[in-house]
Design a protein around this ligand. Structure first.
Ligand SMILES: Nc1ncnc2c1ncn2[C@@H]1O[C@H](COP(=O)(O)OP(=O)(O)OP(=O)(O)O)[C@@H](O)[C@H]1O
Ligand SMILES: [Zn+2]
Length: 658
């Protein structure tokens, strides 16, 4: 375990270097700069000027060198004798002169007569000690003081590492949170993750039990999932349940440091963790240091690599039986260096997925625990309307709802508050001041009703929950919200096609009614294209290619950017099929709108007047005077508010008004 000795050694070495440099500077000053300065203050005069000054009695001391004669005035002599304070030495009248040597035999006698001191050697200053102090001790002391001040301020910038001279001993308080105060009860849903973590809690409670039987628990577990799903919360809950200290640091904190500091920080973290064992060490965003090392040799990020290597060394080095458990979180597991995932390191992987309907309802309830609720609250409805929302977003929805209640001067939260805050979280706040022209509002009305009508007239799409043309801060000028009735896991090919048709419904309505189109459909277009492409390349729903993966998803949890894994020729065919799918669905949507032109006009006018209509109102108008109305109502569809879902109509129309 080299790490223990390594820590303190490093700063000592640094200190030595530093003092070495100070010494060097001082020597240089004394050897080069001082004489040069002294040389400057010597004025060269002719020999007869010397004689003249000598006659006038201005010369107080003379020194003979092999090649020159130096002499000086009374003031200098006094200074040399220590009778004058040093600060006067610089003044004008304190001059040392020199002149060439002249064969002058009676000079000695004349000097003697005049009582002038003369020598072969320049008389040393009165106090050699003083000289020593000024030339050596003071400069060195000064450097030491400056060094201390600099290192302190440097340490401060590095996030309170304390004294830079003692890097190895930075204070525990930065990471440690002795009691997190969180328990598994604070984490709603995530039952599998909790189950997997319970073993770790048990181990921390009773390491001896595991040691006795010879079992070794994994040193580390990797929490993997999309942002905001409660990974940090789970790690805290483990520490809370086990009543052990919680050391937390984010991967990015390691990398922002100076070269070598990341590795030092890792060493430091583990040293402290070892001292406080049993404990939890939580490393958030581990991907920032744990990224795959590219074997390209010319790596632009030595610092990161060094930090990662140090982390691996530490993980191998420490004794798992002591009770230090390392939890790390990431939402880009695919980018992690394989070395991190080897046995003895983060060999246990705990998925922390987006909550399902049950999970969402549970999370809403957990966060509503301390919120005063009205009697009309229906968490189930909110849960259904928030498919795809993360725990963090759900927590936010509850809080937004409570804030809205306060704004409206109520003492409790109503269902309307929560419904509005769902929309705030999805699409931003209402923009009441947005100056959307009447003409644009009309276009938006038709666009949204177009979506809704196409959705409602197809058998396999989620019921319309709400249509609104109130602009939102996200730039949406309106949107149609579809909410499925239950949990949803699979999508059939037919449903996928219908979804594309629904997405094209907005643009189709614009074209049908106004014979001109706007930029308002950009988001619809993007989503329709994405889905059509995925059907072909990932879901095997293309008759042309069948069950062949033509794309890989690079990032499972973050937006899922993909890359094609096929020949350029195939890629071209895929593009063609994407175009053809979207075109077909657009034609289908257009046909639906043409068949229901009267309803389209009627509902759009109603929406324009009301600005927001509910799914029931929509269906009522749609079904009025229709015989086959019940057809749709009989096909209850599972949840999933289609992300088009709430289609945000961004685009130039929005930009013009903002
Ligand atoms: N399952 C859950 N139960 C209760 N609250 C949750 C849950 N998931 C998330 N939250 C809420 O969301 C907040 C943010 O979650 P947390 O920071 O743990 O997410 P994370 O997965 O670590 O996110 P990131 O990947 O962005 O770091 C929590 O503080 C909590 O309020
Ligand atoms: Zn749209």
């Amino acid at each position: 375990m080299g790490m223990k000795e390594d820590g303190p050694k490093r700063p000592n070495k640094k200190l030595l270097y530093y003092y070495g440099i100070i010494l060097l500077i001082t020597i240089l000053l004394n050897a080069l700069v001082m004489p040069a300065l002294a040389e400057r203050s010597v004025t060269e005069v002719t020999y007869d000027t010397f004689l003249e000054m000598l006659d006038k009695g201005e010369v107080a001391g003379v020194k003979r060198d092999s090649d020159k004669l130096s002499f000086w005035t009374q003031d200098v002599q006094q200074a040399l004798n220590g009778q004058l304070s040093l600060k006067n030495l610089n003044s004008e009248n304190l001059k040392i002169y020199k002149t060439g040597l002249w064969p002058d035999d009676d000079l000695t006698a004349r000097l003697k007569n005049a009582g002038i001191s003369f020598s072969e050697e320049i008389p040393t200053q009165a106090s050699p000690l003083q000289n020593f102090i000024f030339n050596w001790v003071l400069p060195i002391l000064m450097f030491v003081v400056i060094g201390q001040i600099l290192s302190k301020s440097m340490a401060k910038r590095m996030g309170g590492m304390g004294n830079a001279m003692t890097f190895g001993k930075s204070n525990a308080k930065i990471y440690a949170e002795t009691e997190t105060g969180k328990t598994f009860a604070d984490v709603a849903g995530q039952e599998e993750a909790k189950e997997a973590l319970k073993e770790i809690v048990d181990f921390l409670h009773n390491p001896q039990k595991y040691a006795d039987i010879g079992a070794v628990l994994p040193k580390g577990a990797l929490l993997v999932g999309p942002p905001g799903t409660g990974k940090t919360l789970l790690a805290k809950a483990v520490a809370g349940e086990a009543h052990v200290p919680f050391f937390s640091i984010s991967g990015s904190e390691f990398v922002e440091m100076f070269v070598g500091m990341g590795a030092a920080k890792v060493r430091d973290l583990f040293k402290q963790a070892n001292e406080k064992a049993p404990c939890i060490v939580f490393i958030d965003e581990i991907d920032t240091i744990g990224k795959k090392r590219d074997g390209s040799g010319f790596s632009g990020n030595d610092e990161r690599e060094q930090t990662l290597n140090q982390l691996l060394t530490e993980m191998d080095g420490f004794d798992g039986r002591k009770g230090v458990v390392i939890l790390a979180a990431t939402n880009r597991p695919e980018s992690l260096d394989k070395a991190l995932l080897r046995p003895g390191r983060f060999d246990r992987r705990i998925p922390v997925e987006l909550p399902d309907l049950k999970g969402r309802v549970a999370i809403l309830k957990v966060h509503a625990k301390n919120v005063k609720l009205g009697s009309d609250i229906d968490f189930d409805a909110i849960g259904r309307a928030t498919s795809g929302a993360s725990g963090a977003e759900l927590a936010n929805i509850i809080n937004e709802g409570a804030l809205r209640a306060v704004r409206q001067g109520r003492a409790f939260v109503t269902q309307a508050d929560l419904e509005e805050s769902v929309e705030v979280v999805i699409a931003g706040y209402q923009r009441k001041d947005a100056a959307v022209s009447m003409n644009e509002k009309r276009i938006v009305s038709y666009h949204e009703v177009g979506h809704a009508l196409v959705a409602a007239c197809q058998s396999h799409s989620a019921p319309v929950h709400k249509i609104t043309i109130i602009p939102r801060t996200s730039g949406a000028l309106g949107y149609t919200m579809q909410v499925e009735e239950g949990e949803r896991f699979l999508m059939s090919k037919e449903e996928a096609l219908n979804k594309i048709a629904t997405l094209t419904g907005g643009r189709a309505a614009e074209e049908f009614i106004f014979h001109s189109i706007t930029t308002g459909a950009s988001n619809d277009i993007e989503q329709a294209t994405k889905l059509a492409r995925a059907m072909i390349t990932r879901y095997g729903m293309s008759s042309q290619f069948g069950m062949v993966a033509l794309e890989t998803v690079n990032n499972q949890y973050l937006g899922g950017d993909t890359s094609m894994v096929c020949s350029p020729e195939t890629a071209r065919l895929v593009d063609e099929e994407v175009v053809s799918i979207v075109k077909q669905q657009y034609a289908k949507a257009m046909q639906i709108l043409k068949d229901n032109a009267a309803k389209l006009n009627e509902i759009a006018a109603y929406l324009l007047e009301r600005e927001t209509i509910t799914g029931e109102e929509f269906m009522e108008i749609l079904n009025a005077g229709k015989e086959n109305a019940e057809e749709r109502a009989e096909a209850p569809k599972p949840e999933e508010m289609q992300a088009a879902e709430s289609g945000q109509e961004n685009g130039a129309a929005a930009e013009q008004n903002s």
